[in-house]
Each structure stands twice: as C-alpha cells, then as structure tokens.
Design a protein around this ligand. Sequence first.
Ligand SMILES: [Zn+2]
Length: 421
Amino acid sequence: MQAQLGVWYHYQMAQLRRWFQSHTWLRFAQKKKIASILKHITSHIPFYQEFAGSTFSHLPIVDKSVVQDNFHKMNTLQCSRAEAMNLISTKPMKLIAHQSIGTSGEPGIFLFSAKESIKASISVLKDMLLPTWLQRQKIAFFHLNNPYFPILEDLYFLKARFYDLNEDFEKHLFDLHSFKPDVIVAPVQTLRMLAMMKQEQKIHLDPKRIITTTEVLTSFDESYIATAFKQNVHQLYQCAEGWLGATCEYGTLHIDEEQYFLEKEWIDKERFIPVITALNRYVQPLVRYRMDDILVLKTKPCLCGSAMTAVEKISGRCEDTLYFPSKDQALRPVYADHIHQALRVVSGNVHQYQLIQYSVHRLVVKIQASNFLQAIECIEQQFEKLFFSHGLKRPLLEFVPMEALPLNQTFRRTQRLSKCT
Ligand SMILES: [Zn+2]
C-alpha cells in the first residue's frame, strides 16, 4: 500500500514538474545535482579520486570500454563484473543490472540500486501512459533482457504485463488478446511483426498508443507500423545505460534532462554524439559517458514547450554509419538515417532489408520480398540516386535473401563490419 502510494506520488509529481518546468529551473537543478555527483565520485569512487578538487569539465570523457574495463573502480561496492552479477542473483531487491547485448566483446553491465531503478522507471512511465487521470490503463511490455519492476505490475492507475521475448511468442499473443492493452511497448521489430499480423488480420488489437524501444526506429519501420495501427509511433530512447528520453505528445523525442545532463560531441552542424552524466545514480555513476549513438538535433522548438533537448531522430549507432570513397578517393560517411530515408520508398516491394558493409567496395544487401528481382531493381535505383547525391563511388552491391528475424535478438538494419574509417 505504502509502495503504491509512493509510486503514485512520484508519478504525479513528475507530471506536475513537466508542466511547470522552465529552462532556467532545469539548468539550476542540474547544476545542483552535478555538484552532488562530483562530491560523491571524488570521495567514494576510486577511479575519480585523483580528480578531487577538479571542476566537472576537467573530468575525463569515458566510454563503454573504459567503464567495463575499470568496472571494479567505478562502483561504490568496488566489485568486479562477476561479483556484481553474483550480488544481483543473491540480492535482487537491492541491486539491479541492465545488460547490453554485446555485438562484439563482453556485454556491458550497468548497476542501479533498487531505489534508483524505481525512480528511473517512474520518470519514464510518465512519458508512456496516455494523458488521462481517471482511467486505469493497461500496458504491455515486450522485452529482451532488460529488467522491469514488479512494483509497476498492479497499481491503481496502471496494470502492466511483461512479455519476455525469449519465451513462446504465440503464447504471448494469446494472452495479449485477453489483456487488451491500451499501450504496447516493444522493440521495433516486435512491433513490426505485430503490425504485419494486424495487416493480415491475424491479430485483433487496438492499442491507443504504441511505443518502440531498444532498436533504432527507422523511417522504413515507422511508416509501416504507423499505417498498420493507424496512429503515430512513439519512441522510448532506451539502452542498457538507462532510459534516456521519450517522445512527447507532438512526436518529438526529448532527452530526459531531469535524469541526465547532456553534452554534445558535434559531428557536423546537426549531428552529435551524446555525452551523458546520470544525475540520480550513485551506485555506479555514469559521468561524462560517451554513448555509441548518433543523434540529429531538432532545430525548431517543439510545440509542447518542454525545456528538454529535442531530437529530430536517432540516426543510429556510430557503427551503423557506412563509409564509401568519393571521387577524390577520400572516405565519406553515409549516415544510417540517410540510407533508411532513401529506401523508405521501396517499402511497397521490400518486406525487410538489412545492409552489411564488408569493405568500402562491398555492401551485402539482405532482402525479404515477394518478388526478389523487382525488389533488387527498386533498391538499386535508390542506391544509384543516394550515391550520386553524395558524390560517392558505388560499391559492389551483393543481394541475398534474408531469413526470418529472431525477435529475441536486437536487430541492426545497418552494420559496418570492416574498419572503413
Ligand atoms: Zn515536445
């Protein structure tokens, strides 16, 4: 009962802050929290003790490999990755880990105390639910390996069900029909699968809101899912490091700057790599942490009036950027969102595609299509235009059929395997 009231209170407070928050207030609150984090890390985190007395801007920028390689020196428990996993299995109510699904090397582990976890999930919850105060909402979460919290399962204003994608999908569909969720939260490819089933009338679900997580929402997927469910697709910017942002009622993705201080490492005039500092995490602080994502800044202010940074789109991970030689032989980047935008028009002929770059001269294009030859022709035309507009030499395009996607693995539509930079 007390826990329910606590969640309800924090949820309503978060809603109120959202309405009354100003840019000045936000920066003031961030400054106070950064001072507190700085004091905490230089006193309690071995990795930062040599920086005692330094200002925030003099702290090093770290990335996933630095954090994972120095894991034992970067948490208050001073435990190794193996010890942390052991602690989580023996004391799951006190410590929670988010794990990244590593595409190369060891997966990243990020620790949260149970309290930090609940606060973070409540902060995200306000962005997921429908803007109604009276109706008890039903929310269905499909997830890969990220923990969700039983405390959210049965509240007065919310009923949640969790569907593990490592389990039987057919069973989940059966349950989903009896549950009749108002909101579905799922990785992009799971929502795409549900969208396809809806188009084929194999499922009869009418959620009022659909939210994608985990994987990058490309324009190719967005238009397909939006058409099938006859509504805009919302996004939750979620990764192992935490929940970094969500779309507002106008469909703009805002970084959650109540939870994260954001610095921008600019790539060009509009694209940047986020460098984040978690403002409410003390067990394993994330301080000046360079993400592996490329974001495109929204230049026009969002109509919702939020003081939080607005993002036009998540372009993709840094490794999703492909590189090709230009006429003068210099390698130029082609960002994943440019490719997906160019291939958006082929969605009538292509059910699924995936691009894997093996070298600057060789690009493998995997496709699922009812008419394979016609699909090849459409994609070749779009690539011709794309490479011409970027002034690039066209690589050898190798078309192969694509197998059905396993939903229990994170899907990456674009991958650069070779060191092309
Ligand atoms: Zn907005």
